[in-house]
Design a protein around this ligand. Sequence first.
Ligand SMILES: Cc1cc2nc3c(=O)[nH]c(=O)nc-3n(C[C@H](O)[C@H](O)[C@H](O)COP(=O)(O)OP(=O)(O)OC[C@H]3O[C@@H](n4cnc5c(N)ncnc54)[C@H](O)[C@@H]3O)c2cc1C
Length: 414
Amino acid sequence: MSGSPDPAVRAGYMTEERRMIRDTARRFTEEEVLPVANELDPVEGSIPDHVIRKMADLGFFGITIPEEHGGLGLGSFEYCLVAEQLSRGWMSVASLIARANTGVLSDGLRGDTEKLKALLPRVAAGEYLTAYALSEPATGSDLSSISCRADRQDNGDWLINGNKYWCTFADGADAIVVFARTASPPSADKRHLGISAFLVDKPRGELPDNCRGATIPKIGYHGWKTFELSFENCRVPADKLLGVEGKAFYLMARFLDVARAHTAARSIGLAQGALDDSVDYVRERQQFGRPISEFQAIRFKIASMATKIEAARQLLHHVCTEIDSGRRCDSEASMVKYFASEIAEEVTSEAIQIHGGAGYTRHFAVERYWRDARLTKIFEGTSEIQQRIISDNILGRSDVDRQIIADAFEQQFG
Ligand SMILES: Cc1cc2nc3c(=O)[nH]c(=O)nc-3n(C[C@H](O)[C@H](O)[C@H](O)COP(=O)(O)OP(=O)(O)OC[C@H]3O[C@@H](n4cnc5c(N)ncnc54)[C@H](O)[C@@H]3O)c2cc1C
C-alpha cells in the first residue's frame, strides 16, 4: 500500500504526468476561470477572449491532437482530467475545449493529408474553433430524423436549407459543422444513412452568409450563447464535405464514447466545485453557537456528496482507460455519463441546501453549479437515452432505433 490519499493514484491511473496536467488545469481554473465565472455568469456574459488565449497557450485545445499536428498527443484520460478541473470553475469553459478535441474534424479530413496538415495546428492553437449544428426544432434525441437538407449543385458546391436548433457558440466559432440530409434514407430502419456533415466556415463573431440566427434564452450555461439557426441557400464549397457522403452518422457515433466521458468529467467538476464550496461554508457558518459543520445532519450530507463524486470519478477513469486502449465500452460510457450527471444534480442541489437561504441567491456559486449540472442530464444524450443503451446491452435491443445505433458501432468495431 502506498498510503497515498488520492484513490486514483492507488489505482495506478494517475501517473506523475497526469497529476501535473490536472494540477496545471486546477491552478488555471482557480486563478483565471473562477473569478470571471463569478463575475460574468450572473450577467450572462460570455467567456472572455483572454481566457481563451490562455487556454490555447496551455495546450488545452490540442490535448488529443497528435504531436505532429501541433497537439499534445494525449488521450481522453488527460482530456477529461482537464475538463473536470475547468468545469469546477465554469462548465462553459470546460465545454469550449470540446470544440477542438472531438476527433470529428481529423477523422472527417483523414482522406486529405494536406488539409489536415493545414488545419489541425490551427485547431490545437485555439485559432480554429467549431460549433456543432445537429439538433433541429423537431429533432433531438433521434438525430437520424434530421430534415435540414444539402443539395449538390452542378459545380459540385452544396446549398444548405433548413432549420437548426441549440447550436451553441454559433457566433464565436470559426466554423459550424452542419449535419444535413443529402439523400433520402433507403428504408425506415436505415434512416441514419443519407446524412452528411459540412464544415461551414465563417468569420469569428458572425453567422455564415445566408444563415440567420436568434439566441435561445437559457437558465444556465451562460459562458456562451446558444442559437436557433435558419439556413437559406447557404453555399458550401465541395471540398468542405467532412468524411464520407451520406455517412456522417458514423462519423458522429465514432466519438460518442469520448463525448460522454467528457460530459461525465464536466458533471464531476461541477459536483466537486459544489462540495468544495460547501466544505468552506459549513466551517464558517455558525448556528446555535457553533459551526454547522458540527451537526451530524450536515456532516453526513458532505460524506454522501464526496462518496458519489468519487464513485463517478473512478468509473470515469476506467472508461477513459478503455477508450484510450481502443476497447469497446459504449455501455460503460453511457453508464458514466448517466451516473455522473445524475449525481451532479443531486450533489449541487444538496450544496444549495447546505448553504440555506444563501444558496438560493446569486451571491454564492452553488446556484450556478446546480443550473449547469441540470443541463448535463439533457445534452450529449439524455439520461433516458443512456438508460436505453445500458438496458439494451443487458436485455437485448428493444427496437429499430437501437438497431441504428448498433449499426454505427458495428461500423466502428465490427
Ligand atoms: C443548453 C443546450 C445546449 C445545446 N447545444 C447543442 C449544440 O451545440 N449542438 C447541437 O446539435 N445540439 C445541442 N443541444 C441539443 C441537445 O443535444 C438536445 O437537447 C438533446 O439531445 C435532447 O434533445 P431534445 O431537447 O430535442 O429532447 P427530446 O429528444 O425531445 O426528448 C424529450 C424527452 O423525451 C425523452 N426521450 C426521447 N426519446 C426517448 C426514447 N427513445 N426513450 C426514452 N425517452 C426518450 C428524453 O430523454 C427527454 O426526457 C443543446 C441543448 C441544450 C439544452
